[in-house]
Design a protein around this ligand. Sequence first.
Ligand SMILES: Cc1cc2nc3c(=O)[nH]c(=O)nc-3n(C[C@H](O)[C@H](O)[C@H](O)COP(=O)(O)OP(=O)(O)OC[C@H]3O[C@@H](n4cnc5c(N)ncnc54)[C@H](O)[C@@H]3O)c2cc1C
Length: 208
Amino acid sequence: MSDDTTADEREDELNASVLVVGGGPAGLSAALFAEKNGLETTVFDTDETWMHKAHLFNYLGIGSVGGSEFMATARQQVDDFGADRHQGEAVTAVEENGDGFTVETEDDSYEADYVVLATGANRDIAEDLGCEFTDEDVVDVDVDMETSVEGVYATGAMVRPEEWQAAIAVGDGAAAALNILSNEKGEYYHDFDVPADAERIFGEELAE
Ligand SMILES: Cc1cc2nc3c(=O)[nH]c(=O)nc-3n(C[C@H](O)[C@H](O)[C@H](O)COP(=O)(O)OP(=O)(O)OC[C@H]3O[C@@H](n4cnc5c(N)ncnc54)[C@H](O)[C@@H]3O)c2cc1C
């Protein structure tokens, strides 16, 4: 990212779409980074996130927050940046179509250049897509969260046998979206904001 390029100019340069399957911490984190940085992003979620059973005392930077409250804030944040969130719409199938991916839901059919899977402990869609699994029977990903199927990423609980934490899921989603952005840019992409960006976005409402 060059210092003399504005965020708006960076967004204008991108022309790629991302479909995120699952709107727990992993999926919403991927959606936030993708949409915020100019990728056309759609999220499908059926609201069975484990976060509704959790209360977080171990999420760095947050002292104590209920899991459902955390999800409400996360959804608002993703919506505020403009992602298209389809709450309550289940994805039934994902297929390669030669030029990207087709995602089927109970209601409609969608196409995209990239797919981010974030379906919690349910790995059925990854299996149907032909993603490789590890010896411990979780989806095999690299450090950027890309699966063995090019353009398909897997994040959060579905890539770990047991070590399940919201903070890890959020990191996975961010890593996947940043890798897609780097792919599209042809160079490593940094989503770095500075105090002037906060002033630009929040203006007089900015808290000290
Ligand atoms: C009782 C309990 C307490 C916990 N306490 C903590 C804690 O204190 N701290 C902590 O860090 N973590 C805690 N966790 C773990 C934390 O909730 C998980 O690590 C986290 O939710 C995983 O995030 P994820 O995005 O990978 O999956 P999930 O949060 O499970 O989200 C997956 C989402 O994908 C959706 N989905 C699945 N399939 C589809 C489909 N086909 N189409 C559309 N949507 C789909 C689901 O409905 C769900 O909303 C706790 C979990 C439990 C069960």
